[in-house]
Write a protein that binds this ligand. Structure first.
Ligand SMILES: Cc1ncc(COP(=O)(O)O)c(C=O)c1O
Length: 504
């Protein structure tokens, strides 16, 4: 067992113990002046019900211990503010500071959800404006901001479809999903009470029209598709696809998580989509990661509008805003209050700061960046679907697999080059997928550095595969046993399990 302090290191970024492990009896965070009022017992102050005698070993640490511990931990993070984050399908774009400043304005940040409508007109207007802008961008007739994430938007959209079909006296059984879909799609289908039927992609990676026509029966409630799909390919037959579904009385759900490829250029409401969700925490630059908060607004065509969650923000004739709860056909609430308000604020700030031309430019830059990467890497990494693609590109590790190196190994070696990995092994229709989405936030120099890193790794695979197979080499913690981490996670620190082996 070696203590990190016994090793020479260039920086104080040694492995950090837990704050509990810094604890020593009698250490104290703050020294307050003596009380000049009678003391109140700690348990009594909070109420007996909050007193937890079972919690032992509450850390006793100094203020400096706390400051240094958390500051050091913060430097371990790789974030969008640190460098390129090319996680395909996740649209990790820069979160402009302007949005943070707006979201922190007094009144915006501090308004309570129970503030009376008359005193919350500004916040209600922000919600109404966000809904209006999102409806305009997507070509849908109405929007709910309530869902807290993309996946919850999916569930909401499917519940809307169910409510509509039931009102038509036509409750159906299945939802069709292409085999390239994001994992949340089938999960949402099952949660909404439908069964999944899989649609195979054709050789282009797109929906096979013949298969769709065969499977689209009167038992099918909806087709749920992502467009552009997870290969970054825009469905070229989207209008025809929607016609086939509509002809059998079904509806078309679009997973709009990839709208970064379409904003300002194409509107799903105009190519036949009935209901879709957006990920504000991706396309509209609200921060994401680490579990949220997110925002997955749902846009609908007018036939689904009566079923939207309550409340809906509406503008009255005198120009003021109100929350309408009186919607008898609504599926009810899917989230407390009005959704994650702060996410809507940031998204609206993004939309207004960029304006129509800026939003379109962002889309064009995102597509250009992905195609630049694709063009420079396709001689080295196999491109299984070489169709024109938009905001992301997907390679396969087939050439490198011949030397025993898989996509996960290449991703880990990329960390040694200072980049966050791309998405590995997704979509599932590509064996050993490397899914890369640079977004519009990267400039050419950064893209070139990233591409050069991947070219260099491909060379290493040829010359010294072990180097890649054992990566990463430059991180505090080298290769982990991912299966054990997933199957036997240690999620809770207990005094009896104090880590004493600092070498990790
Ligand atoms: C295509 C697609 N659909 C749905 C989702 C789910 O969104 P969320 O993570 O906000 O639930 C994602 C998330 O990455 C996605 O990429």
């Amino acid at each position: 067992m070696k203590s990190p302090t016994s090793e020479a290191r260039p920086h104080m970024t040694r492995n950090e113990g837990l704050i509990f492990e810094r604890s020593a009896p009698g250490k104290c965070g703050v020294e307050l002046p003596p009380l000049d009022v009678p003391p109140v017992a700690a348990a009594g102050a909070l109420g007996e019900e909050f007193f937890r005698p079972d919690i032992e070993d509450f850390p006793e640490v100094s203020e400096l211990d706390v400051v240094r511990h958390f500051t050091r931990l913060s430097t371990w993070n790789y974030g969008i503010d640190t460098g390129l984050y090319p996680l395909g399908s996740c649209t990790m774009k820069y979160n402009p500071r302007l949005h943070e400043a707006v979201a922190r304005l007094e009144g915006v940040a501090t308004d309570h959800p129970y503030t009376p409508e008359s005193l919350a007109q500004g916040c209600l207007r922000i919600l109404a404006e966000t809904m209006r802008c999102l409806a305009e961008i997507t070509g849908m007739d109405a929007v709910s901001l309530q869902p807290a994430a993309g996946a919850q938007g999916e569930l909401t959209g499917l519940l809307l479809i169910r409510a509509y079909l039931e009102s038509q006296g036509s409750p159906r059984r299945y939802v069709l999903i292409p085999d390239s879909a994001h994992g949340t799609n089938p999960a949402s289908v099952v949660m909404s009470g439908y069964e999944v039927k899989n649609l195979k992609s054709d050789a282009r990676g797109c929906i096979d029209l013949a298969e769709l026509s065969t499977l689209m029966t009167g038992e099918v409630a909806a087709l749920m598709l992502t467009n552009p799909n997870t290969l970054g390919i825009f469905e070229p037959d989207i209008r025809r696809i929607c016609e086939i579904v509509h002809a059998k009385g079904g509806l078309v759900y679009m997973d709009g998580a990839n709208m970064n490829a379409l904003v300002g250029i194409a509107r799903p409401g105009e190519f036949g989509i009935d209901v879709m969700h957006l990920n504000l925490h991706k396309t509209f630059s609200a921060p994401h990661g680490g579990g949220g908060p997110g925002s997955g607004p749902v846009g609908v065509k007018s036939l689904l509008e009566p079923y939207l969650p309550v409340p809906i923000v509406e503008q009255l004739e005198d120009g003021s805003y109100t929350l309408n709860y009186d919607r008898p056909h609504s599926i009810g609430r899917v989230r407390a209050f009005y959704g994650n308000f702060g996410m809507a604020v940031r998204a609206l700030a993004y939309i207004l700061a960029y304006g129509p031309a800026g939003l379109r430019q962002a889309t064009e830059d995102a597509v250009l960046n992905a195609n630049y990467i694709k063009a420079r890497l396709k001689g080295t990494y196999e491109l299984p679907y070489d169709a024109p693609s938009l905001h992301e590109c997907v390679f396969s590790d087939r050439r490198q697999a011949a030397r025993g190196v898989r996509t996960g190994d290449i991703a880990k070696r990329l960390i040694d080059y200072g980049f966050h990995p791309y998405t590995t092994s997704f979509p599932l229709i590509v064996s050993g997928a490397l899914m890369i989405e640079p977004t519009e936030s990267a400039d050419k120099a950064e893209l070139d550095a990233f591409i050069d890193a991947l070219l260099s790794i491909a060379q290493e695979v040829e010359e010294n595969p072990q180097l890649v197979l054992k990566a990463p080499h430059t991180t505090r913690v080298t290769r982990l046993d991912e299966a054990a981490a997933a199957r036997k996670p240690v999620l809770r620190w207990k005094p009896s399990s104090r880590l004493r082996d600092w070498t990790l």
